[in-house]
Design a binder for this molecule. Structure first.
Ligand code: UDP
Length: 385
């Protein structure tokens, strides 16, 4: 029987694919694992494979490209080669990265079905490359694993052709599984300059590649009502350095800049923080986990994780200093209890997805037919009205 091929290329994909990998192992389903090398430095890739105790990838593409289109193209070509030699039952991709999009295109061209983990998220913000990727992946995938009902309804509304399941988000499984070990193993607390702090992360292109937003962000950090601990993503560090903002931040006694930290250290940093300020998607989810339970101020104009806002965990602050500082102050003084459960699942998502993958692999479902013309006609008429 052919095996599924699991694909990852960045740190969030490794974190979110880990629960599926371990559930497949428990079910004794053999699989192949491909790493594209989109994140190639040790701190963003191999250190995660080690800490998460993932198997070493069967195929490491180690792609090197200096722009997103070249990276996507190279991953398409090289993944298609891997697919031709493995002939997998299914290609399983996660999230909204260029690696996930490229592996999806490769599978499509090689006529292998695609399963999309974390399907149906929508920010409706077309400046975000992640929004382009997730829409393209969702519309050609055969199996759509939506984390929530909202995501499922987005897929239904857009008439995506794949078979849809609501599975929760595997990131919750990971926090539940790894937090106890992280608290035991991590030594990050010994390096912290502050007892109480706001934990910050930022690296979205539409924020850090925009000089005006980047300057406003640096001023926000300097105006924070509580000291700031900030593991800086390599992309953001480069932008700070190029724009001359780095010196200012390094000399501010209320700001502790760190290199990107490993997963265990980051889990502990989240758990000990008073609040999280971020433009990350995954961190909005992690903060709702029963193992973390923190408020998040989201430095963006929109979120593809509206459940975090509805459940009271997150506030959307935009990118202006004044509003972000106001949201930080309001969140710090809010004494309303956060829910004990997460809107993104109960820690069983990896198991649910692995069982579905097992079923697909044993039953050998092929790619689905395209929707029939009558299905499309009402949508076409509506769009012309
Ligand atoms: N993370 C980490 N170390 C860091 C910053 C983040 O381990 O210094 C983890 C974090 O727990 C989360 C993931 O990396 O699971 C988020 O990655 P990123 O912000 O790159 O991606 P996004 O979620 O925004 O797509």
């Amino acid at each position: 029987m052919n095996e599924p091929l699991l694909v990852a290329g960045t740190r969030p994909e490794l974190i979110k694919m880990a629960p599926v990998i371990f559930a497949l192992k428990r079910l004794k389903v053999c699989f192949k694992f491909l790493h594209s090398g989109q994140h190639y430095d040790y701190g963003l890739s191999q250190s995660f494979i080690d800490q998460l105790e993932l198997p070493q990838p069967d195929c490491e593409l180690a792609v090197k490209a200096d722009n997103p289109a070249a990276l996507t193209g190279e991953v398409v070509t090289r993944t298609a080669g891997a697919i031709r030699s493995v002939r997998p039952s299914l290609v399983l991709v996660q999230g909204d990265t260029n690696t996930a999009l490229a592996a999806t295109i490769a599978a499509l061209k090689e006529k292998v079905p695609v399963g999309h983990v974390e399907s149906g998220l929508r920010s409706y913000d077309w400046r975000m490359p992640e929004e382009h990727n997730r829409r393209m992946i969702d519309h050609v995938s055969d199996y759509l694993f939506a984390p929530t009902k909202t995501a499922y309804l987005n897929l239904q509304e857009e008439k995506t052709r794949g078979i849809k399941h609501i599975t929760g988000n595997t990131v919750i499984d990971s926090t539940i599984h790894y937090v106890p070990k992280a608290e035991y193993v991590s030594r990050i607390s010994e390096r912290l300059l502050f007892k109480e702090y706001v934990l910050v992360t930022a690296h979205r292109a539409e924020n850090v590649d925009n000089a005006e937003i980047l300057r406003e962000f640096a001023e926000t950090l300097q105006g924070s009502p509580l000291p700031v601990v900030f593991p800086v993503h390599p992309r953001t560090l480069k932008r700070f350095r190029d724009s001359g903002l780095l010196e200012r931040l390094l000399s501010d006694r209320n700001i502790q800049l760190l290199p990107p930290v490993g997963y265990f250290d980051f889990l502990v940093l989240m758990k000990r923080s008073s609040l999280i300020l971020t433009d990350s998607g995954g961190i909005q989810e992690e903060a709702t986990s029963p193992s973390i339970r923190k408020r998040v101020v989201v430095m963006r104009d929109s979120t593809e994780r509206p459940e975090a806002v509805k459940w009271g965990f997150a506030r959307i602050a935009g990118t202006g200093k004044e509003n972000i500082v106001r949201c930080i102050t309001q969140s710090l003084s809010c004494d309303k209890k956060l829910p004990a459960r997460s809107p993104f699942g109960d820690g069983s998502s990896g198991e649910q997805i692995a069982r579905l993958v097992q079923e697909i692999t044993t039953l050998g479902h092929g790619p689905l037919p395209i929707p029939s013309q009558p299905d499309l006609i009402p949508a076409l008429l509506r769009s012309r009205a």
